[in-house]
Design a protein around this ligand. Structure first.
Ligand SMILES: Nc1ncnc2c1ncn2[C@@H]1O[C@H](COP(=O)(O)OP(=O)(O)O)[C@@H](O)[C@H]1O
Ligand SMILES: Nc1ccn([C@H]2C[C@H](O)[C@@H](COP(=O)(O)OP(=O)(O)O)O2)c(=O)n1
Length: 228
């Protein structure tokens, strides 16, 4: 039995896609509606990236980054308003994690096969009753290949950059739209072209193009898949 099937009776819904396609938003809402657990796998890669930055590690030194992956404690907890907070080595790093700098570091680190291997068990441990919604790049292809429900979200690069622009602006983070678009395209290319677990839809994933589609409409489509 492969380790992705350790709890084969617990249903998993995987939601993969590029940056800004809405994975996190849709996954959280669908998990809430279903009463299932939620795995933000990107947060794990981002947490290692942030820890590497705190330790002044060189992003071109794979051995140091692999050690950092093993040494970094990553915890999730909900605050009083129900928002998910991420603790990196005991420190709340949620806001730092959401920056494009952390996203770019995560994308670079995520191309190292040993880092991906080191994070596999931590991700699969989220598969707990009554079910799991897992968001990332390789949830349906590598981490939970036997998942009962698989979705691949897309949207045009322009719309994804606009969404990220608004999201960061609302948080008071100063960014420019052309800069964000460049960063998103660079990250898409790196995530899709890496040798191990590249960003791509699982063959059995249902693809949803969310360009021009509101959040609630996407949530309804995903829920319909599970309820079918
Ligand atoms: N279908 C949608 N229509 C409009 N805005 C969306 C949609 N899906 C997500 N968003 C918004 O886009 C931003 C990025 O979404 P997020 O869930 O963080 O994407 P991802 O996890 O794929 O990077 C958020 O501010 C979110 O509210
Ligand atoms: N399952 C995953 C999740 C994220 N990654 C890498 C690649 C992504 O560019 C970074 C950040 O992922 P994250 O999902 O947090 O980023 P977005 O919200 O899509 O912008 O981590 C990955 O390689 N595999």
């Amino acid at each position: 039995m492969s380790d992705s099937n350790l709890n084969p009776e617990i249903p998993v819904l995987t939601i993969d896609g590029p940056s800004g396609s809405g994975k996190g938003t849709i996954s959280r809402l669908v998990a809430q509606r279903l009463g299932w657990h939620y795995l933000d796998s990107g947060a794990l890669y981002r947490a290692v990236g942030v820890a590497a930055g705190w330790g002044d590690l060189d992003l071109a030194d794979p051995a140091a980054l692999v050690r950092c992956t093993f040494d970094t404690e990553i915890g999730f907890r909900e605050d009083d308003s129900g928002e998910l907070r991420v603790l990196v080595n005991g420190t709340d790093a949620t806001d730092e994690l959401r920056t494009e700098t952390a996203g770019a570091a995560a994308s670079a680190i995520a191309a190292i096969p040993e880092v991906r291997e080191a994070l596999k068990d931590r991700q699969r441990a989220f598969r707990q009753p009554p079910g799991l919604v897992a968001d990332g790049r390789d949830m349906g292809t590598v981490i939970f290949p036997g998942a009962a429900y698989k979705v691949f979200l897309t949207a045009s690069a322009d719309e994804r950059a606009q969404r990220r622009y608004k999201q960061l602006n609302d948080k008071g983070v100063s960014v420019t739209l052309p800069g964000l678009l460049r960063e998103i395209l660079a990250r898409d290319a790196r995530d899709a072209q890496r040798a191990v677990a590249p960003l791509r839809p699982a063959e059995d994933a249902v693809r949803i193009d969310t360009t021009g589609l509101g959040i609630e409409a996407v949530v309804e489509r995903v829920l319909a898949l599970v309820h079918e």
